[in-house]
Design a protein around this ligand. Sequence first.
Ligand code: FMN
Length: 403
Amino acid sequence: MLRYLTAGESHGEALIGIIEGMPAHVPLTAADINTHLARRWLGYGRGGRSKIENDKVHIYSGLRFGKTMGSPIAFRLDNAAYTKDRAGWPEKMALEGSGDDIDPVTLPRPGHTDLAGLQKYNFDDIRPVIDRSSARETAMRVACCSVARQLLAQFGIAVGSHVVRLGDVTYDDASDWAARRDALLEDGGARALYEAADESALRMLDDDLTAEAVEHIEATKKAGDSLGGVYEVVVTGVPPGLGSYVHWDRRLDGQLAQAICSIQAQKAAEIGDGVQNAARPGSQVHDPIAPDGDGSLTRRTNHAGGIEGGTSNGMPIIVRGYMKPIPTLIKPLDSVDLATGEAQTTRYERSDITSVPAASTVAEATVAYTIANAFLEKFGGDHLEEIRAHVANGTAQPGSQRP
Ligand SMILES: Cc1cc2nc3c(=O)[nH]c(=O)nc-3n(C[C@H](O)[C@H](O)[C@H](O)COP(=O)(O)O)c2cc1C
């Protein structure tokens, strides 16, 4: 099984990550990871940090001649802001010393972790909370989870995403985006989906909608406000039988909900058409089973999002993530200065107006990690050929619905 750890502060020198449990002989290069790190900076409405950072991963271990060795893979990502900002981060984030000459941050910002984190760890300066709770950490998650994507790719499993709502702007009907999505999946699986989405300034599949959403972001920026939204993550090529119904913590739907909600500012995860399904009669929800020639089975619809009873059923897996609006606003919010006890309004710092397109790429990564782990649980081995043999011997083949 795979596991990974990330370390590092947003304005510290670097982010560090280790992923362990990767089978041997999987092709992997820094370029494979850098591609997804660059995709994480996509999206109209990003703030100043996107102009500073140029994430390129440094790999220290676990690879030899472009292939994994089965040993832990260690990464570093430098924070360019540490040296490029003129804010004195090397002094403010110094590893040693008293910090007596540094002004503490004492005004907690609503919607951020500031107050809860300060109360939890008993700080009198909010800086440590700000720096670790920041979504800068997701850069290292993308690096670690891109390794899982490489493993999945060996078995024709791909993960993609696209944005379906930006604040108020969305499709007239869910069937509009589903039709565009399914045409792309038919063409080239989830990779075709994410490549098409990456062409749009907001990772949307409709040009008019993208233009409308860009205007919405501009108007929101003028009003000093921020936006959230919704995106869809899709996994194609998934065999039936990943996850299980036999125990709560083996349910794939529960694991995917954690994959989404573990990302900063993601406040809901929806499996398939979960939200709409709750309002429909069962006859319009449950996906009829049908023959698909040569003894295989298929489903006429996929309202379940490819998972029944916590177990993949061979249809594409579809998970939606719901992101709250960015909490740093130009418009001040009410707070209390903890040093004086006096009411005060928040001050604006460099920030995104919206990060939904970026969040969708981070969610691709965390979903890929979750699916890779479920795949290894079923077909696992120490090296690629061993896993291939397990897949070949199994009844549940990737991409097939054979009972
Ligand atoms: C990719 C990404 C980028 C983000 N960028 C910002 C940002 O620029 N400014 C900001 O205030 N919040 C940003 N956030 C959101 C905060 O990280 C998040 O709201 C905060 O950590 C509190 O999140 P929580 O409610 O999930 O605890 C971003 C989140 C993600 C996933």
